[in-house]
Structure formats: C-alpha cells, structure tokens
Design a protein around this ligand. Structure first.
Ligand SMILES: Cc1cc2nc3c(=O)[nH]c(=O)nc-3n(C[C@H](O)[C@H](O)[C@H](O)COP(=O)(O)OP(=O)(O)OC[C@H]3O[C@@H](n4cnc5c(N)ncnc54)[C@H](O)[C@@H]3O)c2cc1C
Length: 166
C-alpha cells in the first residue's frame, strides 16, 4: 500500500462492512476493507435476513450476491413446538410473502458464505481487501488516522473510516 491513501477504510468485512465497501467501490470511491479473520468462521448468526433487509439488499444491488450463496426464501412460517400438536402448528402457518410487495419472505443464507460473497463483490468492484489484520487503532478527527498490523504496521489517513466490526 505504500504511501497511497484510500478515500475510505472499512474495518470489518462482515455483511455490513463488505456491503458498504462494495457499494462505495462501485461508485468510484477508493476503498480499503480490513478483516481480522483469514477465513470466515461459522458462528451461527445472521442466517435470516428479514423481508425489510431484502428490500435494502435489493436497493443496494446486492440481493443477487446473497442469493448466489444458495440462499432460500423463507416463504412460510410454521411455529412447531414440542408442546404443540404438529397439526395445530400447521394450522397457524403464516405466509411471509404478505409483508412487503415483491418480497417472498426472509432470505435465509449461510452467514460465512454471505460474508465471502459480499467481500468478493467488493473486490470485484475495485475495493482492496486485506485479511488477517490485527491491532487496528483509530484516531478520530476531521482527517482521521488508522493503523493496523498485517505482518508489518501500516498507517493511513483516509477521508473516512467506517467501523463495521459488529
Ligand atoms: C447467535 C446470533 C444469531 C443471530 N442471528 C441473526 C439472524 O438470523 N438475522 C440477523 O439479521 N441477525 C442475526 N444476528 C445478528 C447478526 O450477528 C448481525 O445481523 C450481523 O452479523 C451483523 O453484521 P455486521 O457486518 O454488522 O457484523 P459481524 O457479522 O459481526 O461482522 C463484523 C466483522 O468485523 C470483523 N472484525 C471485528 N473486529 C475487527 C477488527 N478490529 N479489525 C478487523 N476486522 C474486525 C469480524 O471478524 C467480522 O467479520 C445474530 C447474532 C447472534 C449473536
């Protein structure tokens, strides 16, 4: 990276950070995306994107990216429970496609696969992704500063630093 300063540094390449990096890079902004994990671990979270999240992902042009991970639409909801007879539970089946127009329901996807696909999308749009970063330090201000280690220490003064570390 040398003396080059990106416009924006995003700390954390989860669903939020990778998405914003993809959208900014697509808009011609120079983005550096920092992720501490070398490989996304499955921590069993974020598998269920609510219908209003699907609307946001669509508006951002990222729904297709999440769908590419073999995501499935959760069209119906049946609340099975060990205390409820299955036939009774099935009787209360809810159609999730009735919440919002043109949304079949929540979008259910593997969280690590979504993070991977979204960060690949960010890179495809021109963002630089650095994995395995450690010791991220941020100095706030009108011209913020950030430093991190990835083998060696890097110091930068981008125009904006976005914390998307969960
Ligand atoms: C048990 C559980 C289940 C959940 N289920 C759902 C669900 O079904 N639906 C839903 O919408 N939400 C769910 N959530 C909330 C879910 O975690 C968030 O919606 C989603 O993961 C938030 O995405 P994010 O990108 O903001 O944060 P995260 O997914 O936490 O991503 C943050 C990223 O930043 C990286 N990072 C952190 N610190 C640093 C650092 N210092 N430097 C560099 N990188 C860093 C992390 O490695 C990670 O990749 C669940 C949460 C939990 C705990």
């Amino acid at each position: 990276m040398g003396a080059h300063q990106p416009d924006v540094v995003v700390v954390g390449a989860g669903v939020a950070g990778a998405s914003i990096a993809a959208v900014l890079a697509r808009g011609g902004i120079e983005v550096l995306l920092l992720e501490r994990q070398r490989e996304y671990r499955d921590r069993v979270r974020g598998e269920y994107m609510a219908p209003w999240g699907v609307v946001e992902a669509r508006a951002l042009g990222l729904e297709r990216v999440i769908r590419s991970t073999q995501a499935v639409d959760g069209r119906y909801r049946v609340a099975f429970d060990e205390l409820i007879d299955p036939s009774v539970a099935e009787g209360s089946k809810r159609d999730n496609s009735t919440f919002l127009p043109d949304v079949a329901g929540p979008l259910c996807a593997s969280h690590p696969r979504s993070c991977e696909a979204l960060s690949e999308e960010a890179v495809g749009m021109g963002a630089e992704l650095v994995r395995g970063v450690a010791e991220v330090r941020v100095e706030t201000g009108s011209r913020p500063a950030i430093s991190f280690r990835n083998g060696t220490e890097t110091n930068m003064r981008p125009r904006l630093i976005i914390g998307a570390d969960g």
